[in-house]
Design a protein around this ligand. Structure first.
Ligand SMILES: O=C([O-])CC(=O)C(=O)O
Ligand SMILES: [Mg+2]
Length: 221
């Protein structure tokens, strides 16, 4: 049975009850073995959690001063919708792909986070905005003479993971995963079930049950 009434409800529920390992377990169970983004993509602060719908942006390398610096970047930011996550990838990561002003812009539009397959900069000023950013690390080098956004709201691939506009993206301290749209209801329902099972197993173990006995009884580890 579906436990959420609408999209906002769903994202609140995921934030409150789920964590990426358990959702990843369910994706594995469905045979979807490549749904986590590469491990170097991490929250820039440990308590950050991101959940929302992907708005992918495609980056490419450029070299030197450009006729249109940043390409379609400002356009891509200005069309973000509430509940969306800006997901950027492409190019060879010679500079920061995200920073203070981009954070303020996306946050103001109601977007719920940024997941960047590349570096971010302006770290203290991004952190003070209290808005989740995931990246591969800090690097101050400027983007205007090194990269551009050439398309957005288009499919992109990060690692082995294809990300389509509107896919649910879920990230926490353990990683970032992407749930295929056609399976989201089932995956989230099963993940909620598994989380509740895990809590029960932990309690049993804290009360003295052996690991073997617990696994035999609940099939959860
Ligand atoms: O120029 C960039 O790539 C990002 C930046 O500094 C900002 O958003 O403030
Ligand atoms: Mg800046």
């Amino acid at each position: 049975m579906i436990e959420w009434k609408n999209e906002r409800d769903l994202f609140e529920l995921m934030k409150r009850e789920l964590y990426t390992p358990v959702v990843g377990d369910i994706l594995d169970r469905k045979g979807l073995y490549h749904r986590f983004l590469p491990q170097p993509i991490q929250p820039i602060q440990e308590n950050m959690v991101v959940v929302g719908r992907a708005m992918p942006a495609l980056m490419v390398d450029v070299y030197g001063e450009q006729e249109k610096p940043f390409g379609l970047l400002t356009e891509a930011l200005d069309q973000l919708q509430p509940g969306e996550i800006y997901v950027a990838s492409g190019g060879t990561m010679r500079c920061a792909y995200w920073g203070e002003i981009l954070t303020a812009t996306a946050k103001k539009r109601g977007a719920t986070g940024a997941v960047i397959n590349g570096f971010h900069r302006d770290t203290p000023m991004v952190l003070e905005q209290g808005w989740p950013v995931f990246s591969i690390g800090r690097y101050a080098q400027d983007s205007s003479v090194r990269t551009q956004v050439i398309n957005y709201r288009c499919p992109i691939e990060i690692g082995n993971v294809w990300i389509y506009p509107g896919d649910i993206v879920f990230g926490d301290l353990d990683g970032v995963l992407v749930i295929p749209k056609e399976l989201e209801e089932e995956v989230i329902t099963l993940a909620l079930e598994k989380v509740r099972g895990e809590k029960l197993v932990r309690k049993e173990i804290e009360n003295g049950m052996s690991s073997t006995e617990a696994f035999k009884k609940y099939g959860i580890l």
